[in-house]
Design a protein around this ligand. Structure first.
Ligand SMILES: [Zn+2]
Length: 460
C-alpha cells in the first residue's frame, strides 16, 4: 500500500527541529494565510508578512499568496520583487539586500521561490534572528526543508548554517508548471541519495558512522517512487512531480532531524561540491544548478560502485594495503599538492585529518571489511542502481549526464575521483577504496576503452 505523500510527510514532521507547519497538495496556495497564522500567530497577534519574490515567481503566485494572507487577517508590508532577468544570483550581496529590506520593519518573510530565493531569504532571516515561510515554486532541490544556505562569497560557493523555514507551502500544481530544467535539477539532487545510502552503509559497517534508522527511512523509503517515472516527470505530470517533491521534502526533514547532511549526501554530492568550490558555472546565465552537478556525480559514483563491487574483498590483501597506507604527513602533502583553491586546501587538510586513521587502526578496519563483505555485498547491491539506469533517468528529464556538457575535460573529471575525497571528512566509497589501495585501479577501469567512461569517450 502506498502512503499518500501528504500523510507520510505529516508523520515525519515531528522529527524536524525547525519546521512546524507543512502544507502540501494540489491548489493549496489559498492555505498560505492559515499556515502563516498557525506558524507565527501566538496569543492572537499576527506579525506583518514581508513578501519576497522575483518577477517570475511573483507572476506565478504573488497575487494568490497575498490574497490568502489578507484573508487570514495578515497585514502585508510592501513586497520586494527582484528582477527576473538576469536570474537572481545566490550571492552574499543579495543576502544583504534582502536583509536590509526585511530589517526596515518588523515582520516575517514569506518567500515565493525555489533554491536561490529560498537560500537568500533563509540566510537573511537567520541573520535577523527571524523565522520565515517559503512558498515553493519548483521541485528543484532538497533545500526547502533543510537547514543551511549555499551562498557565493568572493567567487566561492559556501554553505552557511541557518535554520530551515518554520513553515512550507508546496502547491503541486505550481511545481508541475515549473520549467523542466528545474525539475531535472531536483531529480539530480534526489537521485544521489541512492549511492549516498550505500556510502552510509559502508560507514556504518566499518564502525565509522552508525546509521540512524529513523532518518534513514525518511530518505530511503520514498526515494524509489520519487524517481521511478522520468517520462512523467519530464512531461510535468502532477502525480509524478508530487512524488518527487515528497522525496525532496523528506530529505530536508531528515537532515533537520539528524542535524547533518549525512542522510542525504554522499560522495556524489562531493563531486558537485568540489566543482562548486572551484566556481564551475557560477557565472553562467542561468547559473549551473546544484542538482545538475549532483546528478553527474551520482552517475560517477554508481559507475565506481559497479567496478568496486566486482572485486572479491574477502580475499583482500590487508598486509599489502596497510603497507601501502601513507603516513599523515604524506597524506597532508598529497592534499596540498591537489591544486585545490587556497582557501579550500586549508579546509581540506582539516577534513582529511578528521578521518585519517593510523596504519594499525586501518588494519582492524580492513579485516572487518573482509569479514563483513559476504553480508555487506548483497545489501549494497540491493541499495544501488546501475550507472546506466541513473544516466537514462537523468537523460529523460533533461539533466546533465556527461562532464563535457558542463565544460569539464577528461583529465579534470578523472581527477575528481581522487580530489573530491579530500574536501570532506564524510566517509564514503572513495575512502574505502583509498584505504584498500584500490581507488586508482578502479578509476583506471572506468576510463579504459571498455569501462563506463571509456565507452563514452566520444562525447569529449
Ligand atoms: Zn543537494
Amino acid at each position: 500500500m502506498d502512503t499518500a505523500p501528504e500523510s507520510a510527510l505529516q508523520a515525519a514532521l515531528p522529527a524536524a527541529t525547525d519546521t512546524r507547519v507543512l502544507v502540501t497538495g494540489t491548489d493549496v496556495l489559498d492555505r498560505t494565510g492559515a499556515a502563516f497564522a498557525e506558524a507565527f500567530g501566538a496569543a492572537g497577534s499576527l506579525p506583518v508578512a514581508q513578501l519576497v519574490a522575483d518577477g517570475n515567481t511573483w507572476a506565478l503566485a504573488g497575487e494568490q499568496v497575498s490574497t490568502a494572507l489578507r484573508a487570514a487577517g495578515v497585514e502585508l508590508a510592501e513586497p520586494l520583487v527582484l528582477p527576473a532577468v538576469p536570474t537572481v544570483y545566490a550571492s552574499y550581496e543579495n543576502v544583504e539586500r534582502i536583509r536590509s529590506h526585511l530589517g526596515g520593519s518588523d515582520g516575517v518573510a514569506v518567500v515565493i521561490g525555489s533554491g536561490t530565493l529560498n537560500d537568500l531569504v533563509k540566510l537573511a532571516s537567520a541573520e535577523l534572528d527571524r523565522e520565515y515561510l517559503v512558498v515553493a515554486t519548483a521541485a528543484s532541490m532538497d533545500g526547502y526543508a533543510a537547514y543551511g544556505a549555499s551562498i557565493t562569497k568572493d567567487g566561492f560557493k559556501i554553505t552557511r548554517y541557518c535554520p530551515a523555514p518554520a513553515a512550507i507551502v508546496a502547491d503541486m500544481r505550481l511545481l508541475a508548471e515549473a520549467p523542466g530544467r528545474l525539475t531535472a535539477t531536483g531529480v539530480g539532487d534526489l537521485i544521489e541519495k541512492i549511492p549516498a545510502g550505500a556510502d552510509w552503509m559502508l560507514a556504518d559497517a566499518l564502525g565509522v558512522e552508525p546509521i540512524a534508522e529513523h532518518v534513514w527511512h525518511l530518505v530511503q523509503d520514498p526515494l524509489r517512487a520519487s524517481i521511478a517515472e522520468p517520462e512523467q516527470l519530464a512531461a510535468g505530470d502532477p502525480g509524478a512531480i508530487s512524488r518527487l517533491a515528497e522525496g525532496l521534502l523528506m530529505s530536508g526533514v531528515a537532515m533537520q532531524a539528524h542535524q547533518s547532511s549525512r542522510p542525504a549526501s554522499g560522495a556524489g554530492h562531493q563531486f558537485s561540491h568540489l566543482w562548486e568550490m572551484e566556481g564551475l558555472g557560477l557565472d553562467w546565465e542561468p547559473p549551473l544548478s546544484h542538482g545538475m552537478k549532483v546528478g553527474l556525480g551520482t552517475i560517477s559514483l554508481c559507475a565506481l560502485y559497479e567496478v568496486a563491487l566486482r572485486r572479491d574483498l574477502t580475499t583482500l590483501d590487508v598486509d599489502a594495503a596497510v603497507a601501502a597506507w601513507p603516513s599523515w604527513q604524506e597524506t597532508e602533502a598529497k592534499v596540498r599538492a591537489a591544486e585545490l583553491p587556497p582557501e579550500v586546501a586549508e579546509a581540506a587538510v582539516a577534513q582529511c585529518r578528521e578521518k585519517y586513521v593510523p596504519a594499525e587502526e586501518l588494519r582492524g578496519r580492513l579485516e572487518r571489511l573482509r569479514e563483513l563483505w559476504p553480508e555487506l555485498l548483497p545489501r549494497l547491491r540491493d541499495q544501488l542502481l546501475p550507472a546506466e539506469e541513473i544516466e537514462h533517468k537523468l537523460q529523460v528529464v533533461g539533466a546533465i549526464t556527461h562532464p563535457a556538457q558542463i565544460g569539464i575535460d577528461e583529465a579534470r573529471f578523472r581527477a575528481t575521483y581522487t580530489r573530491s575525497q579530500m574536501i570532506r571528512s564524510r566517509y564514503t566509497l572513495l575512502d574505502v577504496l583509498l584505504e584498500t589501495n584500490l581507488l586508482n585501479d578502479c578509476v583506471a577501469e572506468l576510463f579504459a576503452p571498455e569501462g563506463f567512461w571509456g565507452r563514452r569517450a566520444d562525447q569529449w
